[in-house]
Write a protein that binds this ligand. Structure first.
Ligand SMILES: NC(=O)c1ccc[n+]([C@@H]2O[C@H](COP(=O)([O-])OP(=O)(O)OC[C@H]3O[C@@H](n4cnc5c(N)ncnc54)[C@H](O)[C@@H]3O)[C@@H](O)[C@H]2O)c1
Ligand SMILES: [Zn+2]
Length: 361
């Protein structure tokens, strides 16, 4: 088992990475959570796959264990679902000492965290992320929330868990496409912060794709370290955290235009290719590195272009992004591989040429 300590200003907590659920019970005990009422929040898939196992592990160490679940998918990420959680919490008389356990992907984690942050002005919660995306991204950093009136994550709170426990074997049941989508965020960390990590991804790509335990645990450990570093430097997103948006300004535009036919990670992959094309034009990324990136995305089954979308529509959609302030686009670019910065002075024509690379017009 690997243990990584996240040190955020508001709290610090451990991330456990193991190839089974062994050590989970001890993690609860160590966090002082035994003897309390526990509510497991899962979705329809993680309920079917992991709820019984988790309940068995929790055993009779808790005063009571109840659960609630909702239909899997982003569509459920609403205040209505949170309302249902509050009802279950109240009916089961959860009190200030109770603990919420998020068992699932980012949708479960974001909502369980938000419910925990707001029920009785905040009760403790634990994350057991079961998708690659939630293991490398959403479970670290303390962002919680729901979508509202078409706005993604419009209502939410920053709220840190007591601990995060990842069992790499949960990835065995994850649909391949969801795994690939998570890999886009994994690859992103390499480009923005850590060339050594990126080299490791290239070197171990086959083992990673085959879900070999030690390769996967290296992936998770490095990703959590990268995200935790950024987040602890900038917990409330005022500066450094921006670099996590590498590929995302292009990616979000594609994501909203395609009516969510593509997964977020797939759009990020396309977006990173646009950002890398821009860097290549500026000379900060070599032709060789650009081609290698493309090969890596493809290897993990990620799209690298969007045929069928017009460059113009992507361009104007980028300017509608909520992160575009006063018509100035801030793009995350690379000084070199493993070194990102925010640039607010990117020319419109430069952006267009980068978009043309992904639309292939
Ligand atoms: N809080 C943050 O910082 C942050 C960061 C990135 C993304 N997010 C949020 O995360 C969400 C996306 O997360 P996600 O990609 O994990 O989506 P998700 O939670 O919807 O999971 C994807 C699918 O995989 C299923 N699933 C989960 N674990 C499984 C397993 N082990 N085996 C089989 N199926 C499994 C789920 O039921 C779902 O159908 C979005 O709502 C996004 O806004 C939050
Ligand atoms: Zn993302």
């Amino acid at each position: 088992m690997k243990i990584f300590e996240v040190k955020a200003k508001s709290a610090s907590y451990p991330i456990y990475i193991n190839d089974s659920f062994e050590g989970l019970s001890e993690a609860f005990e160590k966090a002082g959570l035994f003897g309390r009422k526990a509510l497991i929040i899962c979705d329809s898939n993680t309920e079917r796959l992991y709820l019984d196992i988790l309940k068995e592990i929790l055993g009779d160490n808790f005063l009571s264990v109840c659960h609630t679940s909702f239909p899997a998918g982003e569509k459920s990420k609403t205040l209505e679902t949170i309302y249902d959680f509050y009802k279950v919490m109240t009916e089961n008389r959860l009190d200030r000492k109770s603990v919420v356990i998020a068992l699932g992907g980012g949708v479960v984690g974001d909502m369980a965290g938000f419910a925990a942050a707001t029920y009785m002005r905040g009760i403790k919660y634990v994350q057991i992320p079961t998708t690659l995306l939630s293991q490398v991204d959403s479970s670290v950093g303390g962002k919680t929330g729901v979508d509202f009136m078409g706005g993604k994550n419009l209502i939410g709170a920053f709220y840190q868990p007591e601990f995060v426990f990842m069992n790499t074997k949960t990835l065995y049941t994850l649909p391949e496409r969801e795994f690939s989508a998570g890999m886009a965020e994994v690859i992103k960390y390499g480009y923005i912060i850590d060339r050594g990590y990126l080299d490791m991804l290239f070197r171990n790509k086959t083992e990673i794709k085959e879900l070999r335990t030690s390769a996967i645990s290296d992936v998770l450990y490095g990703a959590c370290k990268a995200k935790a570093y950024v987040v602890s430097e900038d917990e409330k997103e005022t500066g450094l955290r921006e670099i996590l948006n590498f590929g995302h300004t292009f990616g979000h535009a594609v994501e909203s235009l395609l009516g969510f036919r593509l997964l977020h990670g797939e759009c990020v992959s396309i977006g990173m290719m646009a950002a890398l094309a821009l860097c290549r034009e500026r000379g900060s990324v070599s032709d060789e590195d650009y081609k290698a990136a493309e090969g890596l995305m493809r290897f993990f089954g990620l799209p690298v272009d969007v045929r069928g979308l017009g460059a113009e529509e992507i361009h104007s959609r980028m300017f509608m992004d909520k992160k575009t302030k006063n018509n100035i686009i801030t793009l995350v670019l690379l000084k070199g591989i493993g070194e990102a910065y925010s640039d607010s002075s990117v020319g419109s024509d430069e952006i267009d040429r980068a978009i043309l690379k992904i639309t292939g017009e």
